[in-house]
Design a protein around this ligand. Structure first.
Ligand code: HEC
Ligand code: HEC
Length: 239
């Protein structure tokens, strides 16, 4: 797996004003660059096929998301602590994640299917993402961004959650606003996400196995083990 690849975390600006949020465009822009060249060559044919393509594309997305939901839960809302809810995640964060997985640029654990045909062989997010065409990656990202995130019903310790809130406000709120619940930050959704998934994400960041924006790394590296525990309960407490 190549972790040497440096994802390019860029400062996001909306209408020319820097928002302070940072997002990763490297993988997607790189691939889309080549895609655009291919597309311009195929423009004439595409023009002729466009009517038919609309219908078949819609059918494709629904069969793809059915298999995603067999792990991520109905409408992308997970009931399993090691599987993240993907409903309501912003389009660009979702699409970037799929490019990064396809590149094996972040760890992907082997996972079994949770519903539907559970006898299918276990697979990984890296394999799932690599199997999707570029169009499909964009389409599923758009599809899930329109669905509502539903906070997980999970246990938490109220005093740890209060300690975690203080750490979050000081170190993380700047980019993960509204307690980590705002998809428009383009930084994922932390509030109400499953603790099991977030716990392994923290471990991947700490061990350097998952890339992160350098400004986030500074904050993450400064956290004690108790801070991390408290943050996990804070995110779990938002239901
Ligand atoms: C076999 C189970 C399985 C299938 C099928 C599956 N996923 Fe996943 N997905 C996971 C697990 C488990 C994780 C947590 C990360 C990891 O362990 O790889 C994950 C992580 C993700 C993430 C990262 C979320 C984040 O906030 O960074 C996205 C996005 C995602 N999946 C989208 C999809 C899409 C889209 C599909 C269908 C094309 C899909 N997944 C199919 C199990 C699955
Ligand atoms: C400078 C902005 C910035 C700061 C500060 C920051 N983050 Fe992030 N964070 C991001 C961005 C951007 C992403 C999306 C990365 C990606 O797409 O893989 C992210 C992603 C994450 C994720 C992964 C979410 C997922 O769905 O997999 C976690 C967990 C996280 N941050 C936790 C934290 C915590 C905890 C702090 C405070 C100690 C923090 N971040 C501070 C910008 C920041």
């Amino acid at each position: 797996m190549s972790l040497a690849r440096n994802y390019d975390w860029q400062e996001r600006s909306i209408h020319g004003t820097k928002t302070g949020a940072i997002f990763c465009r490297h993988a997607a822009v790189l691939y889309r660059g080549t895609d655009m060249i291919k597309k311009s060559k195929g423009l004439l044919i595409t023009g002729l096929l466009i009517l038919g393509a609309g219908a078949s594309q819609a059918a494709d997305v629904s069969s793809i998301v059915k298999s995603c939901n067999d792990c991520h839960g109905k409408d992308g809302v997970s009931q399993w602590t090691d599987v993240p809810t993907i409903a309501g995640v912003s389009e660009s964060v979702h699409e970037d994640a799929l490019y990064i997985f396809a590149d094996e640029g972040r760890p992907c654990a082997e996972s079994r299917f949770r519903q539907g045909d559970t006898n299918r062989p276990a697979t990984t997010m890296c394999a799932v993402a690599a199997d999707l065409s570029e169009e499909a990656r964009a389409d599923v990202a758009t599809y899930y961004a329109k669905l509502s995130f539903v906070a997980a019903k999970q246990d938490f310790d109220p005093s740890l959650a209060a300690a975690g809130e203080a750490v979050h406000k000081k170190q993380c709120e700047q980019c993960h606003s509204d307690g980590g619940s705002n998809p428009d930050d383009e930084a994922g959704i932390l509030a109400g996400q499953w603790k099991g998934y977030l716990k392994s994400s923290f471990a991947e960041y700490t061990s350097g196995k998952r890339d992160q924006p350098s400004k986030m790394k500074e904050k993450m590296d400064a956290l004690s083990a108790d801070d991390v525990k408290a943050l996990l309960d804070y995110y779990a407490s938002q239901q």
